[in-house]
Ligand binder design. Structure first.
Ligand code: UDP
Length: 314
């Protein structure tokens, strides 16, 4: 008898990273249950999967109780607004999905005896005083600032995931995701990659916040997905940083978007948002050693593909 396919449940499955995970697990021969409440996700991201008999979309807010009949072997909790602009628009849903949503999905993992992977974030390091950031760094987060709703929800999510691991012996994995970009980001999600690309494609000025000397390190989505899959099937629990260690100032990044897109846009400077981290770069030695993983796609290349995708999709 043919072996039954294993079932993967992905929360936030209609979002940017969630939908790429759906693609990857279907490709690898799994059945995928995609759960999303569509506040920042979009069915356009999974439209090509809706007719696949191994794919099911469930419109649901995981901050409320989740009932799934039948077996579930893996749960990947990716549901959350993930842009600083979205934290301002949806502060309470952001807190709820990181706390209640994590609690509910862990409860489901316990019931189904599923392996559980939490999408955590470099934001747990806040405005870091240690550079680059290693997993052992505890962070520098302002709990009451506008970003606190995301940062603290994810810190709580890590804490409750570890508690379920210790108390209920759930098999868990925690990935700390650094800035990631690529096709299927929302053009208006407010993050720097879609913002600059949108502005460049419309020959509008690129809005650099602050002096533009703050740094970020940008990981192409396919590298990130590969790191997550390796973590899920590894023996480690994490947390483990997954991101690209090549660091750019935001001004350098703006310049790169200008040259890559061939736009006539120039740069304008706008006020820096509150608590905007001054520097961010992952130390990925743990992922290199334990997962034999490192990013392969250089920013110049990934950016070109992303710009073309935005040209064709908006
Ligand atoms: N940023 C910018 N212009 C924009 C959007 C963002 O200069 O139009 C800056 C932002 O202040 C931050 C960096 O780009 O320093 C990355 O911002 P993003 O919103 O992508 O995510 P973050 O890394 O802060 O979570």
């Amino acid at each position: 008898m043919a072996q039954r396919k294993k079932i993967v449940l992905i929360t936030g499955g209609a979002g940017f990273l969630g939908s790429h995970l759906c693609d990857r697990f279907l490709y690898d021969g799994y059945r995928v249950l995609c759960v999303d409440n569509l506040i920042t996700g979009n069915t356009k991201n999974i439209g090509h999967l809706l007719s696949d008999r191994n794919f099911r979309f469930i419109e649901h807010n995981v901050s409320k109780e989740i009932r799934i009949p039948g077996p579930v072997h893996y749960i990947l909790h990716f549901a959350s607004p993930a842009s600083p602009v979205d934290y301002l628009l949806y502060p309470i849903p952001t807190l709820k999905v990181g706390s209640l949503g994590t609690h509910n999905t862990l409860g489901l993992a316990k019931k189904k005896q599923a392996r559980y992977l939490l999408a955590s974030t470099s934001e747990v390091y806040g405005d870091p005083l240690v550079h680059p950031q290693k997993e052992t760094y505890w962070g520098n987060v302002n709990p009451i600032g506008p970003r606190g709703v995301y940062d603290e929800a994810k810190r709580f999510a890590e804490a409750i995931t570890m508690a379920y691991h210790r108390m209920h012996k759930i098999d868990i994995k925690i990935v700390r995701i650094f800035n990631t970009y690529g096709p299927r980001m929302r053009i208006k999600d407010g993050r720097v990659v879609p913002n600059f690309i949108y502005q460049a494609l419309h020959n509008e000025p690129l809005t650099v916040y602050g002096s533009g000397r703050q740094t970020r390190s940008f990981c192409y989505y396919s590298d990130l997905i590969e790191g997550i899959v390796r973590l899920l099937f590894s023996s480690m629990t994490g947390p483990v940083n997954i991101g690209n260690p090549k660091e750019f100032t935001i001004r350098e990044f703006a310049q790169l978007v200008i040259t890559s897109s061939g736009t006539k846009s120039r740069i304008v400077y706008k006020p820096l948002p509150i608590d905007d981290p001054k520097q961010r770069r992952p130390d990925i030695s743990l992922a290199r050693k334990e997962l034999n993983w490192e990013p392969l796609v250089p920013l110049e290349k990934g950016l070109k593909v992303t710009i073309d995708w935005f040209k064709n999709n908006f």
